[in-house]
Ligand binder design. Structure first.
Ligand code: ACO
Length: 709
């Protein structure tokens, strides 16, 4: 069944009731009504207040049920204890949507009342935005049903915000920066409608080009991922996400769990869905504006044109930081720009026109860059100099900004005194993208490139991996553990599951005595490894529970005794089930592959460089399941240590394909076997290209009873 909600009557209501409308101008109920009228809403407006009378020239209804016409949307601005009564009235009047502005519900622990209201509304087919919201604006019908700023400019950017206060501030900012909005919606407590529902509408809204979201916490991440993945290529999502949290109890139970702070996971999911994560509201606005107004960038040749060498170098640094690829064909650039540069200028990107360049030289070079089809984007920098002509510069920037809009992106950055500030302000008013910092300009262009790369990858990733795992046999192993009331799978069970997902392991057996350990080592062959088997000892190496590289029988005997002594001393209460004897695998690059349940996004898979520094370096990447081939490849490419896998200082490339295969198989396990909460392959030994990978150790935990992520 489709979980898509038809939100037409919320975004394009034909009639709106304001319940709690007040004649007192300082009250929120007055402000909302006033904003609706001042904003030029094109439908019917019905103020509701038990006192009746008239407010702002409109007849006041004493109750919603008294309104003669149909009500699509009711905005509720009465105190919390009265809200349920109003909701009952709205149900009786067959209102389609409610926006509950009122605070005092789950955000202050009053969950029961919130649930009562929402359950009642939903039961009667009425949907709820809020409570605890600042309202919404929808450009389609010029509806400003909020108590935020009255003035909102219509445009192409939709804002969804979890913080009402920040939403109000963003509206104010959008007016100052002359950024037009198609909608702004505050989601508050998200008791019913959430970001994913709203995105469903905005996805199809032809006016919206970019959705800017401010998110603190996510309740139903799976639904959000699905919606984000379904966004069309030419509709972009920019997110500012705050709030970091660690997964409580289970976090300590595995490296994967403790590395899966929501921020790490969110970054991975942002990449997976092609959304752009901004660090600040400033960046988010800059990116949203550029994405909504400039043409898409068609290729990897950006040219920096500057009249100041230093500014050019800073900009080149910024381009590297924000993933803006610079054109490096200096022969071509020399040919294009030679006429416009003095002898001592430089045609190596950045194109340095030198301090002698005035408006004319600047304009000619921008025109040349526009004409050259090999150049895909321009960063035009200007420092105030002795030959500076403010008026001419302002006209030229506006002219060029307009002309470029038809073919390729141009972003300006200008540095100087008062006059330059005036130019920046004036040119921005005309819709040209002018920044006062090269880093902001490069970051905004980086957003265009970020989207381009994502769209290109999606277009070219046609392969869908056909990974099969033996679900029935895996579930049988899990049932056995459950019947013994265990969350922790024994090493033999975990390893058997690895086989059932199609992964190979070194030879191994579990010894229950010293004699067994010796005879198994003789059977498996030397060098051998001994490892403690206990569900109570999570970090085996730290407990002295691992001995590597044992060459003969005597070393096995010594190691067995040392392990037992150390583990019994450090963990006197631990249940020790034996000692695992296994083949010592040759050294390769140690990596870690994990799976865990994220509280917001459900099952996720992790990849990183392994070894003892994994939790210190946190050089890991995450993706939500199901994984595509492209997701798995990008997880591997996404770690900082990726060059090690490519081979450093003459080393051969490592078997990246093997890692990708393991990620896909672990992803399939996390996707298909709901009972698994954590899996960790640590280390996954990676050998040279063509020589594969080996699961050296694996640990699997099941969900806690009652845990439902
Ligand atoms: N039907 C219709 N109107 C009613 C009803 C009813 N059943 N009962 C009361 N009213 C009227 C009241 O008579 C009053 O009108 P009046 O001025 O003519 O007397 C009006 O509704 C409002 O009621 P008040 O008791 O005066 O409540 P007040 O306006 O002070 O506060 C409010 C109501 C704004 C909903 C408040 O309870 C509240 O929740 N404030 C916080 C809102 C908020 O911040 N939301 C989150 C936004 S996000 C952010 O962070 C900015």
């Amino acid at each position: 069944m489709s979980d898509k909600v038809d939100l037409k009557a919320l975004f394009e209501p034909k009639s709106v009731a304001v319940v709690g409308a007040s004649s007192n101008p300082v009250k929120i109920g007055h402000k909302v009504l006033n904003n609706i009228l001042a904003g030029g809403y094109r439908g019917e407006v019905y103020p509701v207040n038990p006192k009746g009378g008239e407010i702002l020239g409109l007849k006041v209804y004493k109750r919603v049920v008294e309104i003669e016409g149909a009500v699509d949307l009711a905005v509720v601005v009465v105190p919390a204890p009265v809200v349920f009564d109003v909701v009952q009235d709205c149900v009786a009047a067959k209102v389609k949507f409610l926006i509950i502005i009122t605070s005092g519900f789950s955000e202050v622990g009053n969950r029961r009342e919130e649930k009562k209201i929402v359950d009642f509304a939903r039961k009667h087919g009425m949907r709820v935005l809020g409570p605890n919201v600042f309202g919404m604006y929808s450009a389609k019908v010029s509806l400003n049903a909020s108590f935020g700023p009255s003035k909102i400019l219509p445009g192409k950017i939709a804002i969804i915000t979890q913080s009402g206060a920040l939403g109000g501030a963003m509206v104010g900012r959008s007016v100052v920066d002359r950024i037009g909005l198609s909608a702004i919606i505050s989601v508050g407590n998200k008791s019913d409608l959430d970001e994913a529902d709203l995105l469903q509408y905005l996805k199809e809204d032809e006016q919206t080009r970019v959705v800017l979201m401010y998110i603190e916490g996510i309740k139903n991440g799976g639904k959000l991922i699905k919606t984000l993945k379904s966004m069309p290529e030419d509709k972009h999502v920019v997110v500012v996400k705050s709030g970091r949290s660690k997964r409580g109890a289970l976090a300590a139970a595995s490296h994967t769990g403790s590395l899966a702070g929501s921020d790490n996971v969110f970054n991975g999911i942002a990449e997976q869905c092609g959304i752009l994560r901004a660090e600040s509201v400033d960046d988010a606005f800059n990116w949203a504006r550029v994405l909504s107004e400039l043409p898409t960038v068609e290729g990897d040749n950006t040219v920096i044109i500057t009249n100041g060498g230093g500014l050019g170098v800073m900009c080149a640094d910024a381009c590297e930081k924000y993933g803006v690829p610079l054109m490096d064909d200096s022969v071509f650039l020399q040919r294009v720009f030679k006429d416009v540069m003095p002898e001592f200028g430089s045609a190596r990107n950045p194109i340095d026109l030198t301090g002698e360049a005035g408006v004319e030289e600047y304009k000619v070079s921008l025109k040349k860059a526009l004409k050259a089809k090999e150049i895909n984007a321009v960063l035009a920098l200007y420092c105030e100099t002795g030959v500076f002509d403010p008026e001419g510069m302002s006209d030229m920037v506006i002219d060029m900004g307009q002309v470029y809009k038809k073919s390729k992106p141009i972003l300006f950055s200008m540095l100087g005194g008062e006059k330059v500030e005036e130019i920046i302000d004036e040119t921005r008013k005309k819709g040209v993208h002018v920044f006062d910092d090269v880093y902001d300009a490069a970051s905004a262009l980086g957003a265009l490139y970020g989207r381009k790369r994502f769209v290109d990858e999606i277009k070219h990733s046609v392969e869908t991996p056909d990974v099969r795992i033996d679900v029935v046999s895996i579930k049988r192993i899990i049932s056995k553990a459950r019947s013994e009331d265990r969350r922790f799978l024994m090493p033999d069970e975990a390893k058997e599951i690895m086989k059932l997902v199609g992964l190979t392991l070194p030879r191994w057996r579990i010894a229950r005595s010293l004699d067994e350990a010796v005879s198994f080592a003789e059977e498996i062959g030397y060098p051998a490894v001994l490892k403690i088997v206990s569900e109570d000892i999570i970090h085996k190496t730290d407990a002295g529970g691992v001995a590597l590289d044992l060459e003969n029988k005597n070393e096995v005997i010594d190691a067995y005794q040392a392990i037992m002594k150390s583990c019994r001393t450090k963990f006197p209460k631990a249940r020790i089930r034996g000692i695992e004897v296994c083949e010592m695998v040759p050294k390769g690059v140690e990596t870690i592959v994990g799976g865990t349940l994220d509280p917001s996004f459900g099952p996720v898979v992790m990849f990183g460089l392994g070894g003892i520094y994994v939790e210190t370096l946190k050089d890991v990447t995450f993706r939500a399941v199901p994984l595509t081939l492209n997701d798995a490849k990008k997880m591997v490419r996404g770690i900082n240590a990726y060059p090690i896998l490519l081979g450093v200082r003459g080393e051969k490339q490592k078997d990246i394909k093997g890692i990708v295969d393991v990620l896909l198989r672990v992803g399939k396990l996390m996707e298909k076997i709901e009972d698994v909460s954590d899996i960790e392959i640590n280390p996954l030994m990676v050998y040279e290209y063509g020589e594969g990978v080996k699961v050296v150790d694996v640990r699997i935990l099941l969900k806690q009873k009652g845990e439902n992520v």
